[in-house]
Ligand binder design. Sequence first.
Ligand SMILES: N[C@@H](CCC(=O)N[C@@H](CS)C(=O)NCC(=O)O)C(=O)O
Length: 224
Amino acid sequence: MAAHMKPLVLHAHATGPNPVKIAIALEALNVPFVVKSWDFSDDPEKGVKGTAFLQINENGRVPALVDPNTGVVSWESGACMNYIRRVYDSGNQIGPSGNSAQDLVDFEKWEYFLLSTLGPMTGQVNWFRHYHPQKNDDALQRYITQTYRCYDVLEGQLQKSGGTSILPSRITTVDYHFEPWVRQHSFAGLSLDNYPLITKWLGLMGTREEVQEAYCKIRAAAGK
Ligand SMILES: N[C@@H](CCC(=O)N[C@@H](CS)C(=O)NCC(=O)O)C(=O)O
């Protein structure tokens, strides 16, 4: 990256999975960035539902990514990731490895599967397990079943690479999207015992420098 580049600002949370994906991608591309950590309150200065943060993202959720080099502000992890790829991955290090119509669809379908299904289903497990004020076992069970169904689909896909990457060709942002959600399985009370390839893939992801650095920066910004 050019030495004169100003660091991007990644708005994040101490433990929320979605900002982690963006930190991993920025690390992979050596794009300089700083992390600003928020809590989930409506505190005007510190919370994602407070006035300061709502000026960055009117949806009141992290990640948000501010790029002082271009003036672009993005939010929704899918949009942040696509922005990073368009602007900072001109050598295509982390995008789809092939250029055929099928390669591009394969890449997008796995990203969308995480963004629309595995991530939100896991999020609902977390909600009904940890935060919902009334006990609701039916809802909890529904989302547990749906998340395990997603794990079944992912386990099947990982057979194509022997558990080394979600797209068989190489590690891409698809892996970065999945990593923090799958890593939080135990917080959601979910087990990987029936998923040997997911277990292998998660172990390999955890050894990667861009992943380790991303978690370090997000934790440090939150004072953890
Ligand atoms: N679909 C959004 C989800 C963003 C999201 O839900 N972020 C969580 C943290 S991982 C959040 O900010 N939660 C705050 C809240 O629920 O109020 C994305 O992919 O970025």
